[in-house]
Design a protein. Structure first.
Ligand SMILES: C[S@@+](CC[C@H](N)C(=O)[O-])C[C@H]1O[C@@H](n2cnc3c(N)ncnc32)[C@H](O)[C@@H]1O
Length: 256
C-alpha cells in the first residue's frame, strides 16, 4: 500500500466517529449546503438517467465513508434493492456498521481500495463516488467504475472541481500550502497532509468530461449548481452511462 493510502487511512480513522458532523459543517461553510442536501442532490441527478435507481437495482458506493449514500438509497419512498459500500479505511466502515444496522439485509460493506476493487466485474447498475475522487488517481478510478458497471450502467461522481487557473505553474503549490494550513489547526496533521496531497488530484470538469469519454462513457451530464470560482473549491457532479463493451475496446485500441 502506498504512503498516500496510509495517510488517507490515518486521516479518516481519526475522523470516523465525528465524520458526518464534520463534513456537514465543512459543506455549510464552503457551499452553504448541508451534507444531507448534497447527497440528495447527487441522487436526484442519478435518477435523471432513466431506469438507473429501481427496486431491483444493485448499486456500488465507492469510498462510502459512514455509508450515508447507501442508507439513503435503501430507505425513502423509492428504495433500491441492494447497495455495496466500499472504503479503504476500516475505521470509517466500523462507524458505518453501527449506522446501517436497520438495513443490514440490503447494505453490504467491503474494505478495499477503489484503485483495485475486490468485486465481480460488470454486475452493478449504478456506481457512485462522492467526495472521494480527490484522494484517488482519476483514470484508475474511472476504469474501475467502468469495469464494475453492467452495460448501460450509470456512473455518478461528485466532489470539488478545479478552476482552470489551478493548473497554472506555481498555483498548485500555493493551494497545497493553503490546504495544509487550513486543515492543520482545524483538524490534525494526518488530515492536513491528506488534503494537501489531494490538491493535485482535483480536476476541472472539462478534464473529467474528456476522461469519461475516453473511458467509454456516453450521456455525460455535468452539474455545477454554484458555478466555479478561481479562489474556492466548488462542487460538481457528473453522471454518465457506460457504453457498450465494443466502444470501450475501440477506445483502448485507439490509445495503444
Ligand atoms: C470525504 S470521505 C467521503 C465519504 C462518503 N462518500 C461521503 O459522501 O460522505 C472520503 C472517503 O474516501 C475513502 N477513500 C480514500 N481513498 C480511497 C480509496 N483508494 N479506496 C477506497 N476508499 C477511499 C476514505 O477512507 C473516506 O472514507
Amino acid at each position: 500500500m502506498s504512503t498516500d493510502s496510509h495517510a488517507i487511512i490515518k486521516a479518516f480513522a481519526d475522523l470516523a466517529a465525528n465524520y458526518e458532523a464534520v463534513v456537514d459543517a465543512e459543506l455549510r461553510r464552503f457551499w452553504g449546503w448541508s451534507y444531507e442536501r448534497f447527497v440528495e442532490w447527487l441522487l436526484d441527478l442519478v435518477r435523471l438517467h432513466e431506469g438507473s435507481l429501481r427496486q431491483d437495482s444493485l448499486v456500488l458506493d465507492i469510498a462510502t465513508g459512514t455509508a450515508l449514500i447507501p442508507r439513503k438509497l435503501v430507505s425513502g419512498p423509492e428504495p433500491v434493492g441492494q447497495v455495496v459500500g466500499v472504503d479503504i479505511t476500516p475505521g470509517m466502515l466500523y462507524a458505518a456498521r453501527q449506522m446501517i444496522a436497520p438495513f443490514n439485509s440490503r447494505i453490504t460493506l467491503v474494505c478495499g481500495s477503489a484503485m483495485a476493487l475486490p468485486l465481480v466485474d460488470g454486475v452493478f447498475d449504478v456506481a457512485i463516488c462522492a467526495l472521494g475522487t480527490h484522494h484517488m488517481e482519476a483514470r484508475t478510478l474511472i476504469s474501475e467504475m467502468h469495469r464494475m458497471l453492467a452495460p448501460k450502467g450509470v456512473l455518478a461522481i461528485a466532489d470539488v472541481a478545479a478552476h482552470s487557473a489551478w493548473k497554472w505553474p506555481g498555483i498548485g503549490t500555493i493551494l497545497r500550502l493553503f490546504a495544509f494550513l487550513y486543515f492543520l489547526p482545524s483538524r490534525n496533521i494526518a488530515r492536513a497532509r491528506a488534503e494537501a496531497a489531494a490538491v493535485a488530484r482535483v480536476h476541472t470538469v472539462d478534464e473529467w468530461r474528456a476522461l469519461l469519454s475516453e473511458c467509454g462513457f456516453t450521456e455525460i451530464r455535468v452539474a455545477q449548481p454554484l458555478g466555479q470560482r478561481p479562489w474556492s473549491p466548488m462542487p460538481f457532479a457528473i453522471t454518465a452511462r457506460r457504453g457498450t463493451t465494443e466502444a470501450r475496446e475501440a477506445t483502448d485500441a485507439n490509445s495503444e
